[in-house]
Design a binder for this molecule. Structure first.
Ligand code: EPZ
Length: 422
């Protein structure tokens, strides 16, 4: 099992090219099940989660191949197999996003109920409520959801939950509604850029979707969808992670292939704590050369502060000049990283969904354990600036969402070695 051995005390300088978005690519790849024509998806990052979804599509009768420009080609050849089994879903929860497309196109689907998750409770009741509202008949057996969608019909659906909207829930219902009879209106829909990207892809396939990117999405069902050639958006969470890397190391980075309009809440917090962020067309320059101010942050659905950057920003605020409060409003238990950061000399105290971050002068290198994708990114950032050596164990978590992050960081001055840790 791989680990990272990091020599700390480095300042990052240089240019970084941001990859295509993992969280946009996954539901878009799943939506290719809505047609038997060839789909070409460009800019898809080479990640464990993407490879995992491609093998799921293959098990569901699709042929998946990559061309010399790294574009992914998907063509459904066989539609009899409709089960996304436990082995598949337990390794990646986002597998659930094949449910809506399969139901709409094959009129039946079976998906294993996702189990527990390191970042907290993640039910799918809203996905099921939305699909049932479209007319799907659902049954639960042996840990699997069996869905029958012979007659999907457009409806007005409220998709809000206790923590607001649901991203993949919106993706599933929006995809299913493209082939339903009549008009569907999704209220309290997720407004994330990844949902806009999926809506644009579905419209490129011939769907009639309006309002994606707002809380009210309208979908007028069509008879069938065709193939499409589409390029996914840049990864705003990867970009945010590198912005924080520049700030925490008092460095200077220019990020290329980055959409700053997707990161307004994050840039606002960086400005507030004293980091210079200069935007240019498709790029951004981040520069910091001083001890940073504290700030209070609350994670929210888009366009609020993203929960997927909470851990990384917490690491940054560990070194601020004063106390900050971080409140996690999307996944209230998403704090596996705090104990590990405290092992590196941070002063973090958790009270329910809030962590008090008392700023310290420096972090000290130590062996730490990654527990989930974004927590592992936070520990790598801590290792880059800590005094001495840090070992981050279980980096398979980080490979799920960052393509060879250690190579990208080493190119701008970090000292990270990937080692095989028995
Ligand atoms: C997506 O997960 C992302 N994953 C997550 O990123 C991200 O943290 C999350 O959205 C929030 O932004 C992908 O896009 C693959 P939700 P998703 O449904 O769609 C509750 C990463 O690091 N809820 O929007 O699964 C839920 O428990 C990953 O890349 C219900 O109650 O998240 C949570 O509290 C981690 N019932 C809140 O809503 C439901 O049926 C938001 O979850 C569904 C969700």
């Amino acid at each position: 099992m791989d680990a990272f051995v990091i020599q700390g005390g480095t300042r990052l300088r240089g240019e970084v090219e941001i990859n295509g978005s993992k969280n946009a690519a996954l539901p878009i790849l799943a939506a290719s099940l809505l047609t038997d024509e060839e789909c070409v998806i460009r800019g898809v990052p080479d990640l464990a989660d993407v490879r995992h979804l491609c093998s799921l599509l293959e098990s569901l009768g699709a042929k998946v191949w990559q061309d010399k420009d790294k574009a992914l080609h998907i063509q459904v050849e066989e539609e009899s197999h409709c089960l996304a089994d436990y082995e598949t879903v337990r390794r990646m929860r986002a597998s659930i996003c094949v449910l809506g497309p399969m139901l709409a196109r094959r009129h039946r689907a079976a998906v294993s109920m996702p189990g527990g998750c390191a970042i907290g409770d993640r039910p799918i009741n809203l996905h099921l409520r939305g699909l049932e509202a479209l007319g799907a008949k659902l049954a639960m057996e042996g840990g699997n959801i069996f869905a029958d969608g012979q007659h999907l019909e457009g409806k007005e659906i409220f998709l809000g939950g206790p923590f607001g909207s649901t991203v993949l829930g919106t993706a599933n219902v929006m995809s299913a509604a493209t082939l339903a009879q009549g008009e569907t209106i999704i209220e309290c829909a997720a407004c994330e850029p990844e949902i806009v990207d999926l809506g644009n892809f579905l419209n490129a396939m011939g769907a009639h979707i309006h309002g994606h990117g707002t809380p009210r999405i309208t979908i007028r069902g069509v008879e069938s969808l065709s193939g499409a050639d589409y390029t996914v958006i840049p990864d705003r969470i990867e970009a945010g992670t590198f912005m924080i890397a520049a700030a925490i190391s008092n460095g200077e980075l220019t990020l290329k292939h980055c959409r700053t309009e997707h990161l307004v809440a994050v840039i606002d917090c960086l400005n507030t704590i004293g980091v210079d962020v200069e935007r240019a067309e498709g790029a951004v320059r981040i520069h910091s050369a001083r001890r940073l101010h504290p700030v209070d942050i609350t994670t929210q659905p888009y366009p609020g502060f993203p929960t997927d950057l909470q851990a990384q920003f917490m690491t940054l605020l560990c070194l601020a000049d004063g106390n900050s409060m971080i409140t996690e409003k999307i996944f209230p238990d998403r704090f596996m990283h705090t104990a590990e950061l405290n092992r590196m000399g941070a002063q973090l105290r958790k009270e329910g969904p809030t962590v008090l971050v008392q700023g310290v002068k420096e972090l000290i290198g130590a062996p730490v354990m990654a527990s989930d994708l974004r927590a592992s990114a936070a520990l790598v950032l801590a290792g880059i600036v800590a005094q001495g050596e840090t070992t981050v164990l279980r980096v398979y978590h980080i490979d799920r969402g960052y393509e060879r992050i250690e190579e990208k960081l080493n190119r701008v001055g970090a000292k990270i070695e990937r080692v095989d840790q028995p």
